[in-house]
Ligand binder design. Structure first.
Ligand SMILES: Nc1ncnc2c1ncn2[C@@H]1O[C@H](COP(=O)(O)OP(=O)(O)OP(=O)(O)O)[C@@H](O)[C@H]1O
Ligand SMILES: [Mg+2]
Length: 402
């Protein structure tokens, strides 16, 4: 039997296809099974926060615990968040919850109906703001659902663990979100909450400043990258286990080129595995070729993101300057020399262009405020495609910090 690729992007990795995170997983499981716990996990993009929540919920459910996962990543309003919460919570609490929500909906001037999923037969609750209430916040309905859940569980002597992904989005919908959340988390004794999100500044503002009502109410835990040694050993082992052995240098090269974001490492490992075929296992050269194949595959998407940058701003030129440097963290973009040498324009314009590039996830800031490319494949695309504009050759392929 031929084994399938053990490196998955965008799917929940099961068994040994899920790398490391033993400590984080044990912590998440403890939080979700301890009544009254409130913890927020925050960290850079693509490190594996959502995967960890999914994995913890999946495992706990398998052990018979009552747990729910609510992902707010796609919701654009508190009303939509309420629908997502109802959908996730309904299976844990049965039809009684839906009856109670009908009451909440009526008190908040919301219309409420329950449809039936034609395939599974499961109820799909759906809440909609009445037309005249459109301008009001629906956050009370979102939190009202949890009040109701807590009330029911308390009466039944039960406990529920709730993981809420990208929960910081509630701040975009209601300026008083922090106060509302404080009230809710103080009241609920039968529900434990594990929040996760990647808008670091927003999350720090919500929980980690003295001015916030949630200061010291919720434990704030930073979610970091998987240690390079762990990833190297895991990749080497999974390649071997699935019949595509590679040497230790090649496993190290995968991590060197794509670390620190877990997704980037897994994506490169996936491509190396696919390229492996029947022949002798890939060496570091093969890893470099797989990396460039991935850049080719992403080129249409990256090219579009490049064309979306403003032509009358130094945005594109900043990316060229950083891509030309062996280590972008060492570049002093705002120094007089750099501004002049690369004709970047006035300092204030460059500073605001940098911020746009960070917001659009072309660039990321390190904890000490230095700039790096957010994505190693986009960095390589700029090196291969846009350095010619400066009359520069394509530099050798290196890791994100040279
Ligand atoms: N422990 C892991 N083992 C194997 N693959 C993982 C692991 N963690 C993350 N991944 C890979 O990284 C991808 C991105 O992970 P995930 O979506 O969980 O990150 P995230 O931190 O939630 O990112 P974002 O901030 O963009 O939402 C996953 O689809 C998977 O391919
Ligand atoms: Mg996520």
């Amino acid at each position: 039997m031929t084994a399938s690729n053990p490196f998955h992007v965008g799917l929940l990795a099961r068994g040994d296809d899920f790398a490391d995170r033993r400590r984080e997983l044990a912590d998440a499981e403890t939080i979700l099974t301890t009544p009254g716990e409130r913890v927020v996990l925050y960290g850079d993009r693509r490190l594996g926060k959502s995967s960890l929540l999914e994995k913890a919920v999946d495992r706990l459910r398998g052990q018979g615990h009552a747990v729910a996962l609510i992902d707010l990543a796609t919701a654009s309003s508190a009303e939509q968040a309420t629908n997502l919460a109802l959908r996730a919570l309904a299976p844990c609490l049965g039809s009684g919850l839906l009856d109670a929500v009908q009451g909440i909906a009526a008190s908040l001037d919301l219309s409420f109906e329950v449809r039936t999923d034609p395939i599974s037969g499961a109820p799909i609750p759906s809440l909609r703001l009445a037309r005249r209430a459109r301008s009001e916040s629906a956050l009370p309905s979102f939190l009202g659902v949890f009040d109701e859940v807590d009330r029911r569980l308390t009466a039944e002597g039960r406990h529920l663990g709730v993981a809420i992904d990208e929960f910081q989005r509630i701040q975009h919908w209601d300026p008083d979100a922090a106060w509302a959340l404080k009230g809710a988390t103080e009241r609920h004794g039968a529900v434990s909450y594990l929040f996760a999100g990647s808008e670091k500044a927003l999350i720090r503002g919500l929980f980690d400043t003295r001015a916030s009502p949630l200061w010291k109410q919720v434990r704030v835990v930073e979610f970091g990258p998987i240690a390079p040694d762990e990833l190297r050993a895991w990749i080497w082992r999974r390649m071997n286990d699935t019949g595509r052995p590679l040497d230790h240098d090649a496993a190290a090269r995968i991590v060197e080129l794509a670390w620190p974001r877990t997704q980037d490492v897994v994506e490169l490992a996936h491509a190396v595995w696919e390229a492996g075929g029947d022949g002798p296992g890939p060496e570091p050269d093969g890893v470099d070729r797989a990396f460039d194949t991935l850049v080719d595959a992403k080129a249409p998407h990256v090219g579009r993101a490049w064309r979306d940058l403003k032509i009358d701003s130094p945005q594109q030129q900043i990316l060229r300057v950083l891509a030309a440097a062996p280590d972008p963290r060492a570049v002093e973009l705002l120094s007089a020399d750099t501004l002049t040498e690369f004709a970047l324009g006035p300092k204030s314009t460059v500073a605001s262009a940098i911020q746009t590039l960070v917001d659009r996830e072309w660039l990321a800031r390190t904890d000490d405020g230095r700039l790096t490319f957010d994505d190693p494949f986009m960095r390589r695309w700029v090196q291969r495609t846009a350095l010619a504009d400066l009359g520069l050759p394509t530099p050798p392929l290196t890791g994100p910090t040279g």
